[in-house]
Design a protein around this ligand. Sequence first.
Ligand SMILES: [Zn+2]
Length: 457
Amino acid sequence: MSDSANEYKGKATMEKITSLAKRRGFVFQSSEIYGGQSGAWDYGPLGVELKNRIAQFWWKEMTQLHDDIVGLDAAILMHPRTWEASGHVENFTDPLVDCKKCKARFRTDMVPEENLSAKKCPECEGELTDSRKFNLMFSTHIGPAEDSASLIYIRPETAQGIYVNYKNIIQSNRMKIPFGIAQIGKAFRNEIVTKNFIFRTCEFEQMEMQYFVKPGTDEEWFNEWKKRRWASYEKLGVKMDHLRWHQHGPDELAHYAKDAYDIQYLFPMGWRELEGIHNRTDYDLSRHTEYSGKDMQYIDQENSSERYIPYIIETSAGLTRNVLMTLCDAYDEEKVADKGNDDDSRTVLRFHPTVAPITVAVLPLMKKDGLAELAQDIRSELKEDFATDYDQGGAIGRRYRRQDEAGTPFCVTIDYESKENHSVTLRFRDSMEQVRVNRAELAERLRKEIKEYKRSC
Ligand SMILES: [Zn+2]
């Protein structure tokens, strides 16, 4: 697998993305006033809108557009037996070594071979401990007593919440195989190496869908879901030459998986996993049958009550990782020569209007002569249907730049002509073209532009 950042030709760097994210209120370091908490990030006003919209897009793709998929929001805290059944207590580990002298901790596979064999710390040459298994699940205690009976894990993945509810959902919603359950939620992993901004963090959000199928039809459904998930990124206007498939080799396959493909995205730091599509076989439901004593077989009423444990095709995407992908994918810098100022340049986030934090900004050309009031009035009209912003401070060119940098696809400018003939200027972020639109037709025009949006640069 090529892991090199050399192939990357985009204009984003992790430094630029991190700094823009902070400057414009997309993402802040967690607890920054106390020096920051590693492995955790806070989503600011623009970031939470972006994250929510990416989640809404996914939710609509997976539930609204599929009659055979229903949603779920399971608790983060689950019965500890869940994680024995899932294999996490036993297998969800990283091999670690500690330095006895400087107390640094390393993943064993990241320490150079000569240091490992000599048991020498790569940083201070102090003595290294033997390699040991370190479980990545966070645990705490529930209830008043801190004994082993009160031990509880903070879920490391959302999938198990779906499996333990599989029977409830079949019964309450009369689901028939094949069907799916979709869920978005937080998960927590005690990663020793967190890096690349919000790419790998201890606290993150997943968007997972588990699709239950009859054994024997699993390969067909696996291919179908690969196709559907790929098409979903295309629909969102992601640069398709920045996406590729990566099939898990025998040494990468999880213990439960029959086949697994990642959709990788070309980030500034190289190709990295964005989403996984996994054929998990009947492993999960068989294990839960064994550990809970509850029969997880599906009874096919339409086929002379045939019984079987369904196979599961999983599509598992990181929501917070998708936020980073969307920022990198949208990031652009260009020289612009508008208003006769030909050495001007701009930073622009070319978000698809479906996920842009602000859809339309309303800008009065001047504050005076009633333009500000008129602009506020138009904003109020748009508010009900669009995410709007209002900005009356500074030169209009500078206000456009601010919206470009926030990724706002449309600006509406109110000028003196607006007062006379009820028309406004609609300005497009990507092309910077401006057209005159009648106020009465503005909302309809925006809806049309959003629906027909195609990224051209
Ligand atoms: Zn050391």
